[in-house]
Design a protein around this ligand. Structure first.
Ligand code: GRF
Length: 208
C-alpha cells in the first residue's frame, strides 16, 4: 500500500561492504521488502561508505573512540543515538570489526544480526576461512546469527555450505564463502523483514 512504513535497516561495516551491496541490490530487485535507513562505519574511508553514497543511502562515519576492538562508552552512545534516530528495525552487521556489547545490545534487543565466514560454532573469530583451511575441513561456509554478548555465539538464523577444494588457497576459499554470503544474507534479511523468523531460545526457524 502506498505510504506504508517499510522495514528499516541500519547497517554497520568497517570494510569493503560487499554484503551490504548484495542486500542493497536485493532490495532494488524487489527480493527484500526493506529500506536501508542508515549505514555507519567506524572507518572514515571504508569502502562501505562509498558504496552507500552510490546507492543514495544515508552514510555516516562515527569515530569508535579509544579502544581497538570495541566502541568506547561515548562512541557506543553515539551509535545508539544515530540508529535510534534513524528508527531502524534491524541492525545488520556487515563486516563490522568491533564487538558490540552491553548497552548497545540492550538498546536493540534481539534485533542485531551478523554474518560470519564459517559454519559456526566452528571457527569463530578472525579469518575463519583460513582457520577452516588450516584445520583441513572439507566443507566450509557461512552463518547468519543473532548477536549476543559472546563472540560469534548467538542463535543461528541460517547457514550455507561450500566445498573446500584440493587446490584452494585462503583467498580462493574466502571468495567462494563470500559468494555464499551474498546469497544467504539477503535471504535472511528478507525473512526477518517479512516477520517469518521464529525464535525459540537457540532454535530459530523460518516459517516459509
Ligand atoms: C564477510 O566475509 C563477513 O563474513 C565478515 O566480514 C566480511 C565482510 O565483508 N563478518 P564485506 O565488507 O561485506 O565485503
Amino acid at each position: 500500500m502506498a505510504g506504508e512504513r517499510k522495514f528499516r535497516l541500519g547497517v554497520l561495516g568497517s570494510g569493503k561492504g560487499s554484503n551490504y551491496v548484495a542486500i542493497a541490490n536485493a532490495i532494488t530487485a524487489g527480493r527484500v521488502a526493506a529500506e536501508v535507513a542508515l549505514v555507519v562505519s567506524d572507518v572514515a574511508d571504508a569502502g562501505i561508505l562509498a558504496q552507500a553514497r552510490q546507492f543514495g543511502h544515508a552514510a555516516q562515519f562515527l569515530p569508535p573512540g579509544k579502544f581497538r576492538t570495541k566502541l568506547d562508552e561515548e562512541a557506543e552512545r553515539a551509535y545508539i543515538t544515530a540508529l535510534q534516530t534513524a528508527q531502524v528495525d534491524l541492525i545488520v552487521l556487515a563486516g563490522f570489526m568491533r564487538i558490540l556489547k552491553g548497552d548497545f545490545l540492550r538498546a536493540f534487543e534481539g534485533r542485531v544480526i551478523n554474518i560470519h565466514p564459517s559454519l559456526l560454532p566452528s571457527f569463530p573469530g578472525l579469518e575463519a576461512w583460513k582457520q577452516a583451511l588450516d584445520y583441513g575441513v572439507k566443507v566450509a561456509g557461512c552463518t547468519v546469527h543473532f548477536v549476543d554478548q559472546g563472540v560469534d555465539s548467538g542463535p543461528i538464523i541460517g547457514q550455507h555450505t561450500v566445498p573446500v577444494l584440493p587446490d584452494d588457497t585462503a583467498a580462493t576459499l574466502h571468495a567462494r564463502i563470500q559468494q555464499a554470503e551474498h546469497e544467504l544474507y539477503p535471504a535472511a534479511v528478507a525473512a526477518l523483514a517479512r516477520g517469518e523468523v521464529e525464535v525459540r531460545g537457540r532454535q530459530v526457524w523460518w516459517r516459509k
